[in-house]
Ligand binder design. Sequence first.
Ligand SMILES: [Zn+2]
Length: 402
Amino acid sequence: MATESSMHRPCPLCGSSALEVLTELTLPQPSGSPLPDSYRLVGCEVCDFAFADTPAPQSAYDLYYQSQAKYAGATGTGAGQNTTDLRRLQDLANRLKPWLPHKHTRVLDIGCGGGGLLQALVDGGHTHCQGLDPDPAAVAAAQASGLQVTQGLLSAVPNLFAGQQFDLIVLSHVAEHLRDLGWIARLPELLAPQGALYIEVPNPDRYQVGFRPKNYYFDSEHINHIGRKALFLIMEKAHLTVGTFIDCWLPLPDGSQYPALAGVGTVAPQATPYVAEKVTLKHLRRYIADCATQAREVSDVSPPLPDNVPLLVWGAGSLAQRLLGQGAIPLAQVVAFLDGNPNKQGLTLAGKPICSPADGLRKHPTAHVLVCIAIDPHQIERDIPHSEGGQAPALHFFSSLT
Ligand SMILES: [Zn+2]
């Protein structure tokens, strides 16, 4: 067991410094990223909770989500602009129904992105829906759709919404991104006496290697792994009672599913409050061990890469960062990374430029393309010839991802 002196911080839930190092992750960041290139994933036995022992302060994460994250802009995750995302948001709206007793229920969606959930609620006839997101581009997109969305950080919520009351506050896939979880405890200030706080996170109790690459569920953004016990403790710190946990599966574009867990805390005490057992750290230790023995080699590229061709790497996100950290990308051959996120274009990753796919393909017409996209990588085969015209470049895939 490691001690506080060797850690950047104690457990953000209970303050304990008796922490167990579960694994170490190397995740090279684009130039200018405020996030660290590596961190230790540690576990707190008291809280049955795993988190990144990140050296970066919350302000670094705030800056990242305001400027560099993939949720940016109208087409970011959470905007509800593709069929899978729409289905996920409609499923979420359906899960929320027990806490939406009438059309005037006052809802606040924190970390609403482009407003996809709010739109689903408004389309369902709900009249009092508000959202908050740190990213100005996502907020502008939501506002352009006529949604009532404010730009700001979770830490600003008590001030931004002072004097207002909500019947339901939603934190959907937000808590796993927060370095400082303590701000959640301030949210009940804005809840009506019969109000509820809905928190949904990836479900660490259901992480499985399956056909996913090693450590698929660990990256620079998901810095908390919150199972039932930890979610229970987060609600308890907020003086809320958990009456309901919901296991759910989120649809992904490749037809697979992503495990999620939701907990609902209420101001009013529950008749039979839930008591969560400790299972998460045990499961995470097994998942990490399984990754080491069962995950297929990511260096296995199909068709094989010729070693003398210039290489464009399609994707500069979490997967490319993880593969760089594992030495699976032949960096000497790489001339550039291609990424559709305008916030990343113009930066560098591992010393190589990041550019738009169109620019990179035009500048390096003889380059082969190594596809670093976690979900549905073969979508590229459909996209490239259409977007570029002329001859499509040779594509290579990590066989463990396809
Ligand atoms: Zn703890």
